[in-house]
Design a protein around this ligand. Sequence first.
Ligand SMILES: *[C@@H]1O[C@H](CO)[C@@H](O)[C@H](O)[C@H]1NC(C)=O
Ligand SMILES: *[C@@H]1O[C@H](CO)[C@@H](O)[C@H](O)[C@H]1NC(C)=O
Ligand SMILES: [Zn+2]
Length: 770
Amino acid sequence: MGFRARVFLLAAACVGVGLVADVLIAIRFSRWLDGCGTCTTAGKVPGGRAPTAEGPAGLGALLAEAEGWVSEALMDEIDAARIEEHLRKLTEKPHLAGTEGSYSVAEYVRKAWLDQGLDSAHIAPYHVLLSYPDPDKPSFVALLDSDEKELFRSAPREPSLDLDPPADIAGVVSPFAGYSPSGTVQGDLVYVNYGRPEDFDHLEALGITVAGKIVIARYGHSKASRGRKLRRCQERGALGLIVYSDPADMMGTGPGAGGRPVYPEGWFGPGTAVQRGMYLYTNMEGEPLTPGYPAKDYMFRLHESESEPLPTIPAHPIGYDDAWHLLSAMTGPEAPSLWRGGLNITYRLGPGLQASGRARKVRLTVNVNRDVRPIHNVIGVIRGRLEPDRYVLLGNHHDAWNLGGVDPSSGTSALLEVSRAFGAMLKRGWRPRRSLVFCSWDAEEYGILGSFEWVEDFGKILTERAVAYLNVDMAVRATYTLRGRASPPLAPALLEAAKKVPWPVSAPEGKTMYDVWRKRTPEVVGDPDTKPKVDFPRAGSDYAPFVNRIGVPCIDLAFYQDKSTGIQSDYPLYHTAYATFHLQKKFVDPGFVFHRALAQLWAETARSLADGLVLPLRLAGYGAVLGGMLTDLRTSYGKQMAVRGISLDALTSAVNNFTAAAEAFDAEVTAAKITNPFVARMYNDQLMQLERAFIDPQGLTGRKFYRHTIMSGRLYSTATFPALGDAVYLAVNSKEGTEGAWRNVRKELSIITFTIQSAANTLTALELTS
Ligand SMILES: *[C@@H]1O[C@H](CO)[C@@H](O)[C@H](O)[C@H]1NC(C)=O
Ligand SMILES: *[C@@H]1O[C@H](CO)[C@@H](O)[C@H](O)[C@H]1NC(C)=O
Ligand SMILES: [Zn+2]
């Protein structure tokens, strides 16, 4: 600590210089925040200074802690009726990315932010590859007889419904597989369950090949996203892919599943509802024609044939009423019990159709076009009072496959109320210490494009200045429990905020969000003193570029269903035409009180990050995460590694060094009586940069856009360090070439050891010697 103390003395002497620098930063920084020539701004605060910090701010002002009244006043300000009103407006028309509807929502958000008193709000546009069905030539699946006459054809879209209030279901884009090539294929049918690797392995073991066949798969399972199902079919030589929503996923499983009320009578999914979605095989590269770089006007673009994520065989989604016609006509062995869904048929694997029926072949016709179009992110800013060059970002996407009743407009409505509440605090004379940046992303549904392109565009700035990114996608899909994801250093701030937010209805588990959350989703099941379970933000929504590309700590929040219903999708009507305002108002959150609670949690977490003198990030949790990964490695593979003379001593030492450094750092920060703003700034920089220390600029081996050595997803089922775990898994499970595989293990082991030790060094080594 001696060295640190000396640095502090030196720093203290520089405070005067620092004040000048601070003003310079505020002025230069404002140009970026106010956007570019094509962007509109309003309500600028000259120099970014609030009245309270005007004039020659003394040391006291620079060291001031957050004002106590703001937390409660901010949460009190948030109003359920306003959220409902936003959702009602946002869900009047479809707002698919690249269409007029999505642009109108972007403008709605931008205008709202200016009205609410944000310092600026501008559009950040990019030109990205999108995909749409041909409006005149519907895609379909058909059963053909021996003369190729159609016996059955799938429905072109969900039927419209009489609803109160009315919803423009007919205006919603018809169901299609985003980015599918167009074409017609014809052949036998094979059922592959979810289309996980083990599902294909199982078929292969039975001697059933998908090469030259049309594959039918059911939606669901985290290891089988749409794009991964399709890529696995493509790699195995299939002609095309049909994906359907099984009743097991639309009505759940278990007692009473069959009798659950389906839309428009309830929350569950009818057989006519179809899940849209994109079918890219994405690997964190962002937009498919400009991997790694922002899709700006001048950017070089790949040909579509050179783009790794684009599929080359056609795909189309259908509902379970239509799937019934296909699956009930199939022949071949009975499907294993775990492959059987909720249809009233005998599930069979194929290939082909029953000789007793008239149907002989399946035809898949897809008419889907790809098109480069403009998309529109919206960026709104409340400039920080003392540290304007430190950003706390809050974001949600605004584009939707449908009317957006849940995904994403429930989140957009909450975000608009969070920004309004912050605007109201500005009017009461408060201004956050750091800047708040509100982000409304476009084209998330097409592969997280809007946020990826923006993070690629401003990656250098964000790497240096972003404190945290707080995401909400579908805010309220059900109201059973909170699902909180957080990078380990942010979990303590999230839990603290959850203790302040009331659970919005009376619940036997307790009064606060924290109480109910920890009882319904415990970290340790059966432990009465357990904390809530906090998951990692890995992939899946707009936090992905922040986590995986640049290592900004992230949070992702949503209200979720009771998983015991057996629903695998986010919710049954996910990406169907029936995710309407009516769904929210009648069946999910009629009083919008869960929306309010989520907005309160989001706002308070952001405030705590934007306002305190010392950031509320705490690092010991990362030590626990690394320790857990090390323990898993040792118990799962330690023996096999030892047999090959591979020692875990250095990795163990690095994990121990990190854990000790993180605990010591937390203790020092917590105990510190800070009398020098440079000391606060130094702690804060180390706290917020810790996440960046886990970024390997070269990317994981063979996956260059997965750069986070701890949080990146794994290729195989292990629970340890991603790249090392995958290498060990391959070495242990490979039949030939073992020497090379074990060499890779040694390489990955050394890389992760180095990365963890260098992360530890960021917390200790001022001398550059350790
Ligand atoms: C079986 O399920 C299909 C698809 O949902 C439905 O159309 C059909 O009426 C059901 N048949 C019986 C006998 O329940
Ligand atoms: C852990 O720290 C000790 C003490 O500074 C050092 O000797 C050791 O080399 C470190 N471990 C690694 C893997 O660098
Ligand atoms: Zn979404």
